[in-house]
Ligand binder design. Structure first.
Ligand code: NAD
Length: 420
């Protein structure tokens, strides 16, 4: 097989997939189709800017697998979006939905754009034109987008409206992470962070680390990192460091996350915030702090061969997708660091997206208590399964999670058979 490009996330995904397949005793024929995305759509998205000029953005929607159900996955607006990133993110969605055993395949979308440079009207036109361009492959029974980096409930509302306008009637189930007023689910916004906090508590317990005494660092202060830090803080845990793309903060006694969240909401950045005892640190400093638990919750390729040796945390919980390169993964494993992989750790978002879709299809709504207790049940069940297999086979939690996931997808594929 070809050499792995250490920063190509799709190659990294394939490397883990091949290891999991080998451990399961599969030969290539059993899973080779899953090394390729089922459908790749690249679209040109022309947008009239507020000054009358025309900009053409490149967008993608990639469906990796539909073997276990409709494709599911977020949409990212970011300047570094490219084909390989979206392919990897789509495949990770397949494994994520399978490891927590919800009836979806995997997909992902993205536009190569810096949305902070667009006005709200330009962002609206960009979203709607992109939705129109990928519309033939969307639908509640086909492919259901959700938020990801730099997209939120407002953007999901525009997607829902655009799709519905083409159909001629309201179709809330075409997208999840929508505003509550148009069919969004209670708890969806906080779901990924809540899931991260559930598995962090579970792994700390298994590792014999009293979480009340642990020092925690969280990289990224957006939907996932910000919510995770807030939940830890509300539970009385010590969040010693947080960061966003502009800046990082450290206070060994614990930061006031409620005050930081307020500041970030008002200023759209952590830059400029300070409190008694806090110092400003870089993102790179944050990763190497003397903490017990590290939660990378920003972007891919943050933990690399260059910094993995300097990481002091005993436990890493991957809030982001693909934050650890294959090389860093091997180094951390060798060092005895316990790592809960992305496909398990950040699955809370897609689980509550699944609840939102079910509520939309049935036109009934559940309360927050029902949603959180079902979320916890599914996360813990998946965690226990992955943990037990890792102990039984003496393998990393990442390989174990991929084995659980791959086995489910391969079984579904075999039962369905290859068409024609
Ligand atoms: P977001 O846009 O809400 O937040 C991203 C955060 O990361 C921001 O605070 C940003 O400043 C920071 N950031 C960006 N680039 C950075 C860098 N180079 N270094 C440090 N910080 C940086 O995005 P999000 O929805 O929180 O997503 C974060 C990660 O979690 C992504 O990998 C995403 O795919 C994954 N994820 C998100 C969800 C979800 O429900 N939103 C679900 C599962 C996984």
């Amino acid at each position: 097989m070809k050499t792995i490009n250490k920063y190509n996330p799709y190659d990294q995904m394939l490397a883990v997939l091949d290891s999991a397949a080998e451990k399961l005793g599969y030969n290539l024929n059993d899973y080779v189709a899953l090394r390729y995305p089922e459908r790749v759509l690249t679209v040109a998205v022309p947008v009239e800017m507020d000054d009358g000029s025309l900009n053409v953005f490149t967008g993608y929607r990639i469906q990796h697998s539909s073997s276990r159900g409709p494709c599911k996955g977020g949409i990212r607006f970011h300047p570094s979006v490219d084909l390989n990133e979206v392919k990897a993110l789509a495949a990770w969605m397949t494994w994520k939905c399978a490891v927590v055993n919800i009836p979806y395949g995997g997909a992902k979308g993205g536009i190569e754009v810096d949305p902070s440079k667009l006005s709200p009207r330009e962002l609206n036109r960009l979203t709607r034109r992109y939705t129109a361009a990928i519309l033939p492959i969307l639908g509640p029974e086909r492919d259901i987008p959700a938020p990801d980096v730099n997209t939120d409930a407002r953007v999901m509302g525009w997607i829902m409206d655009t799709y519905s306008m083409f159909k001629g009637f309201a179709v809330p189930g075409v997208v999840t992470g929508k505003p509550i007023e148009i069919g969004g689910s209670l708890g969806r916004k906080e779901a990924t962070g809540r899931g991260v906090s559930i598995v962090t508590e579970a792994i700390a317990f298994r590792a014999g680390l009293p979480i009340q005494k642990a020092k925690i660092a969280v990289q990224g202060f957006g939907n996932v990192g910000g919510t995770t830090a807030k939940i830890f803080y509300e539970k009385g845990y010590t969040v010693a460091a947080v960061s966003d793309v502009d800046s990082g903060l450290y206070n060994e006694k614990g930061l006031n996350i409620a005050a930081i969240a307020k500041y970030a909401e008002a200023n759209n950045t952590l830059k400029g915030y300070s409190e008694k005892g806090s110092v400003e640190i870089s993102n790179e400093d944050l990763l190497k702090l003397d903490v017990d638990i590290l939660v990378p919750a920003a972007m891919e390729n943050q933990l690399t061969a260059e910094n993995a040796n300097g990481i002091k945390a005993k436990i890493i919980v991957e809030g982001a997708n693909g934050p650890t390169t294959t090389e860093a993964d091997a180094i951390l494993n060798e060092k005895g660091v316990i790592l809960v992989p992305d496909i398990l750790a950040n699955a809370g978002g897609v689980i509550v997206s699944y609840f939102e879709w079910v509520q939309n299809l049935q036109a009934i709504f559940w309360d927050e208590h029902e949603i959180y207790s079902m979320l916890k049940r599914i996360m813990i069940k998946a965690f226990d399964e992955v943990y037990a297999l890792a102990c039984e086979k003496d393998i990393s939690l990442r390989i174990s999670a991929y084995m659980v996931a791959l086995d489910r997808v391969v079984k579904a594929k075999k039962i369905r058979g290859i068409f024609p």
